[in-house]
Design a protein around this ligand. Structure first.
Ligand code: SAM
Length: 324
């Protein structure tokens, strides 16, 4: 049993690490964080230390990359790295495996007190973490599609973003990368799609039956499925995990949880000025090779977003124009 668990952890960690080296996807986070650090150094050369927190750091792969990059730039002496996560196993691995001088803290985003860090960090980054927190609010004993819980979970995430923003210094920036929900008005509409890959067709029933957050209903005629766009989005973002070691974890998760409008509203409420919002669709090829949308009304969803928000406008040498 212990060995199985160990194998699962190794598999999970490798998946998390690989993502930072892929052409698109969360690797795009690295230049954004480096940019935030660099411009603070330029604008405030007297600032003695720049504190960077990875919230939900896992095994701290991102911190390792940031550590290496700042060493190359020669700016590492000024940068203090912090990694917070609620999983002690992950933190242990981060401490023992990575050769990174960072402070690792066991911290639960849902329950712990953020206020002791108010005004402390210059840059906070959080990658693929808030959807896990969101899913944990949804997963508490629901039987039907938890409409009320979705609203509740969204409010919780918004209030978490406000608490995160308070942890920033007055020149601080927040870099968020996570799943992007298409506009909510589309979600209950019906979509038809053809499952091209016969293996996926074979496993479709298993997959939809084993999802734990709400019941998935669909109509299957030969290889054409009709279901809500909400369930389609869940299906395309999730099928790659089916029959992998991550499946029993991923079947309790929903990756896309807030639309661009909703995230923007949360940032505004938290007092963060949106600097850039990037749509990232790194699995599009996989979806197109496996499922074909029937009819023109719908498209494959954008998978993730990368959002940078700051407390105020901080100029940098890359700006061609002044503040808007
Ligand atoms: C999908 S992993 C992403 C890890 C890392 N950021 C990356 O991109 O490789 C999500 C991380 O969020 C952490 N996490 C989930 N719920 C959390 C919570 N309530 N408080 C703190 N961390 C949490 C998990 O332990 C896990 O390390």
């Amino acid at each position: 049993m212990k060995q199985l668990y160990q194998e699962f952890l190794d598999f999970y960690r490798n998946q998390l690490l690989l993502g930072f080296f892929k052409k698109r996807g969360k690797s795009l986070v690295v230049p954004q964080v480096l940019f935030c650090i660099e411009r603070l150094m330029e604008q405030y050369p007297k600032k003695e230390v720049i504190r960077v927190l990875d919230l939900g750091c896992g095994e701290a792969h991102l911190l390792q990359i940031l550590h290496q990059a700042t060493s190359i730039f020669g700016t590492d002496k000024k940068v203090e790295l912090y990694g917070f996560d609620n999983d002690e196993e992950m933190l242990q691995a981060a401490r023992s495996r990575n050769n990174v001088r960072a402070e690792y803290v066991k911290f639960d985003i849902r329950h712990d007190d953020f206020s002791r860090y108010d005004g402390y960090f210059d840059v906070i980054v959080s990658v693929n973490t808030l959807h896990e927190v969101f899913s944990s609010y949804l997963g508490e004993g629901n039987k039907k599609f938890p409409v009320g819980k979705v609203e509740y979970a969204r409010e919780q995430i918004c209030s978490i973003i406000t608490k995160i923003a308070k942890m920033l210094t007055e020149d601080g920036s927040l870099v968020l990368y996570d799943g992007l929900l298409p506009p909510r008005e589309l979600m209950q509409e019906r979509i038809k799609f053809k499952i091209i890959n016969p293996i996926l067709l074979h496993y479709f029933k298993q997959m939809t039956g084993e999802f734990t957050l709400w019941p998935i209903s669909y109509k299957l005629t030969k290889d054409v499925v009709e279901m809500s766009y909400q369930d389609f989005c869940w299906f395309v973002t999730t099928f790659k995990y089916l029959n992998t070691k991550l499946w029993h974890f991923e079947n309790q998760q929903v990756y896309q949880y807030m639309s661009e409008r909703e995230i923007n509203e949360c940032f505004a409420e938290a007092g963060l000025r949106r600097e850039s919002f990037m749509h990232v669709s790194n699995d599009l090829g996989l979806w197109q090779n496996n499922v074909e949308i029937v009819g023109k009304k719908f498209s494959y969803p954008v998978k993730s977003y990368l959002l940078v928000g700051s407390k105020h406008y901080i100029p940098s040498r890359y700006d061609y124009f002044g503040a808007s």
